[in-house]
Ligand binder design. Structure first.
Ligand code: TYD
Ligand code: MG
Length: 479
């Protein structure tokens, strides 16, 4: 019965095949054929196919400046969460939350659902845990009194029937989309076809009924949300919940948002009683040691709209291996290779024969190119054994020719560093407006700014004060 409505579509070229195969005859792509259900077989589309074939009605085209009906956003009161979604959840929108297993997605969403339940009818559908397990978690979080409607279900039809019912909820959490299945499809839950079909139906229901849909998505080993890439295109907002398992800090990051800014982050701390907001995270990722050590540099970064100071640690040590190791936590390993190559080629700082380890403190993941200069400073510092000057922050992008390039929001970075008691800054050449002392804030003005034109100038800093005697591997650095 199901087979009749099933087709097999190549995800690379769109060719439709009568049966599954390992290779698409049309485009030659391997492993790209996926079972899809014809839309008319899914519960939400009854009669849709018939209507379509009867010929379309002409659309009424309207002016851009008509009155838009804007429904108020629903806020959870969890400030870090609300800010990341752009100031609250939009009715009728779909939000996908991805993250490693055990990072705290279910915890975050149960807390958010409980917070929303005061003002909106809220449902939490768990496909992974039993009712008892969710209840136990709610008790641990201290939210068991919140009027959240709870269900343990995985059948799409049942879920849709509940959502479309007379007193359907305003906010729905589905934990997780990989556990939900449509029985019109033969494939197992979690497969591309199931994830796609179920998400499509749920999103369609959300748009029609005006409820906010929060989908939990698992991530694959490669770090993307499992299931088709299209899942990210189908939803309005994609959030990633990240952090290192051993650390208590968690970052909620918006990577796509039709209703707000992206790159905004929310910082949480995992405690015995659930996730606690960290409202002022700018110095969370700094160590509190007093004495400067070699191989550590404080990066003055910007995460979303907020400045954040982060310690970057490097260890450069002679390698016993023919091919030395390059290991990175919290940063892009390709970017590390680039910084190493630029330091070698443009400043004559040689890392060959050494293992290089790079770590961003506290489990934060940095995506900004502005961290290049801080990484370079940590690397050269570790190699030479010379600490970065005490009380310094570092930021700047490094170009392939070795130049240090200006980055956005220099003033905000300096200001935050000044506020937290830093006294020096290694920066790119600052543009007139940013470097202008009249424009600079009092905090930033107290900072001794050292603008570096290229990586050679950076390396030279670590040659001063007897460092040269300990740095036989540095050649050709002027100064
Ligand atoms: P969970 O929300 O189940 O993660 P996910 O849904 O992303 O898989 O979080 C599980 C982890 O969080 C688990 O290792 C225990 C920890 N935890 C706390 O430390 N405190 C708490 O209050 C809760 C509920 C969980
Ligand atoms: Mg979970």
């Amino acid at each position: 019965m199901a087979r009749k409505d099933t087709r097999y579509v190549c995800q690379a070229c769109g060719a439709v095949h009568p049966r599954w195969g390992g290779k698409c005859d049309a485009c030659g792509e391997w492993n790209s054929i996926v079972e899809e259900v014809a839309e008319s077989a899914l519960p939400g589309a009854k009669g849709a196919a018939r209507k379509r074939s009867a010929g379309g009605r002409a659309l009424e085209l309207v002016a851009l400046d008509g009155k838009a009906q804007i429904l108020p956003r629903r806020t959870t009161g969890i400030g870090e969460f609300d800010r990341v979604v752009g100031g609250g959840l939009v009715p009728g929108s779909a939000v996908l939350i991805g993250g490693d297993p055990g990072i705290g997605k279910s915890t975050l969403l149960l807390q958010a659902a409980a917070a929303l339940a005061g003002g909106a009818r809220t449902a939490y559908v768990s496909g992974e845990e039993s009712i008892d397990q969710v209840r136990m978690r709610a008790q641990r979080l201290g939210v068991e009194a919140a009027p959240v409607g709870l269900a343990a279900a995985t059948d799409l039809n049942e879920i849709l029937a509940t959502l479309n019912g007379p007193d359907g909820p305003d906010v729905v959490v589905i934990d997780s989309i990989q556990t939900i299945y449509a029985d019109a499809l033969d494939s197992a839950p979690g497969t591309v076809a199931q994830v796609r079909a179920c998400a499509q139906e749920l999103i369609r229901a959300a748009k029609r009924r005006g409820f906010t849909l929060l989908l939990v998505g698992h991530v694959t080993k490669e770090g993307t949300i499992a299931g088709p890439r299209v899942l990210e295109h189908m939803v309005d907002t994609v959030l990633y919940f990240e952090g290192e398992r051993g650390h208590q800090f968690r970052i909620l990051r918006a990577v796509k948002n039709r209703f707000g800014p992206t790159d905004e982050i929310g910082v949480f701390e995992m405690t015995g009683g659930g996730l606690a907001e960290v409202a002022n995270p700018s110095q969370l990722f700094l160590s509190d040691r007093e004495e400067p050590v070699s191989g550590a540099a404080v990066f003055a970064g910007i995460e979303g709209s907020r400045p954040m100071l982060v310690e970057i640690q490097a260890l450069v040590a002679p390698s016993p291996l023919g091919t030395p190791r390059r290991a990175v936590v919290g940063w892009d390993s390709n970017r590390l290779s680039m910084v190493l190559a630029v330091l070698e080629a443009r400043a004559g700082v040689h890392f060959s024969g050494n293992d290089v380890y790079l770590n961003v403190a506290g489990g934060l993941r940095i995506g900004e190119p502005a961290a290049d200069l801080a990484v370079a400073a940590a690397l050269v510092s570790s190699l030479t054994g010379q600490p970065v000057p005490a009380g310094s922050v570092v930021f700047g992008e490094i170009g392939l020719s070795g130049e240090v390039r200006p980055v956005a929001q220099a003033e905000a970075r300096l200001k935050e560093a000044g506020k937290l008691g830093f006294r020096r800054a290694l920066t790119p050449p600052l543009r007139k407006s940013a470097g202008d002392s009249r424009a600079a804030s009092p905090e930033a003005r107290g900072l001794q700014v050292r603008a570096l034109a290229d990586v050679g100038e950076l390396a030279a800093l670590f040659m001063d004060g007897g460092g040269a005697a300990r740095t036989p591997r540095i050649k050709g650095v002027e100064g």
